[in-house]
Write a protein that binds this ligand. Sequence first.
Ligand code: XIL
Length: 325
Amino acid sequence: AHLHKEAQKAGLMYFGAATDTPGQRERAGKEEAYPRYDRILADNKMFGQTTPTNGQKWLFTEPEQGLFNYTEGDITTDLAREQGKILRCHALVWHSQLAPWVEEATWTAENLTAAITSHVEHVAGHWKGQCYAWDVVNEALEEDGSWRESVFYKVLGDEYIKLAFRLAAEIDPDAKLYYNDYNIERPGPKVDGVIRLVKMLQDEGIRIDGVGMQAHFTASEAPTLDEQIAAIESYAETGVEVALTELDVRIPVPYTDEDLAQQKEDYTNAVGACVQVPACIGVTLWDFYDPFSWVPDFFPGEGAALLWFDDFKKHPAYHGVMYAL
Ligand code: XIL
């Protein structure tokens, strides 16, 4: 049985995996694994959707002001087109992996508005018509639900969010426009912040179509099935759709059988919640092969967060996902 095929039978639009370009994967030092990796990714019964992990971010697409580069992003978006996969595009306005010039400049409101406008026009324009969805704004909230003090917020306040969504709607009318964030998978102040953001846009007549729950989890600290259902339903009440956009469940390394069993339960709950709420339309893993995961680099002592081990054996959690589908 295959993930995407089973997900469709369970009523989801897709089950997918984000992927990075060979250039970005290099640090894993696993060149010999590429052919096998590429075959699994290419199997549309397994993965019906993909997202470029890095190539569409500001750092890559506009490394210097007015200098646009789509090379890295195109590798994954071309692959999606050639293989007939649904494409999620990621991310137009984000405080992280931002080109240094954006952080270094002294901005007036007017100049920063112009810089954001130019960025969104070029980047969303380049991939116009190809993205099922765009993560228009990524991670604009603090844990307590207040606005993150990013360079964008400091100069423009919440206007930058309205600006980004307005522009994206204008430039790529067929793409679903998402707000995407982490730690928004169980009810609490940050979930309330997301709902406030959605309503802020709706009150201004600005289109927002979806909320992306990144779903980067730590095994045993992941939200329960009921918590995730409640969070998804609270977004759905505002009229938007929901997706799990970056699912992974990290465990300590070296791991034990108990860690793998806990991870299986957490994956089962995450996918199960999405299947059980009609507003949740799909699930994306943040890559599928452990050596290409971002987790070991960002969370020292943790890893093995995906569904395929180094030797391409499947995690027990793979069967947990199947059970949920
Ligand atoms: C991560 C990538 O996987 C890494 O390769 C990169 O070095 C840093 O970013 N939230 C997001 C993603 O929205 O873009 C991040 O991806 C993970 C956290």
